[in-house]
Ligand binder design. Sequence first.
Ligand code: FES
Length: 137
Amino acid sequence: MPIIKFIKEQKEIEVPEGANLRKEAIKAGVNVHQGINGFGAGLNKFANCHGFGQCGTCRVKITKGMENASRMGMVEKLRFKVPIPTPVTPGGVDPLPCLAYVGNEETMRLACQVKVMGDIEVETGPELDLFGENFFS
Ligand code: FES
């Protein structure tokens, strides 16, 4: 059975092959909805799309074993690549999930869209470099 290692939480869990990463994290008491650099983690834990690939709050980095994660599907690709307009952000565009992806194309995934097929290592709440060169590029 595959093992998921949550790096920040220093937790390892064994899961059935094909298990959903977000669901297994929740069962293990790991919050994959950590907001922006930790801000909003408490709120996002409850205010999210509950696994439909729409909110982008379950972003994680798979730092090892990406070959053991299911391939990125259309919903996930769209969520990362196409900013969805929302009324809450200036200009009506929600850029955060999209920009979080920049520079991390090989490792960033939405936990709710990942099926675990083998051993992986996961970093929850990957940092956004809000003032780095990638943010506004
Ligand atoms: S829970 Fe909303 S995108 Fe994963």
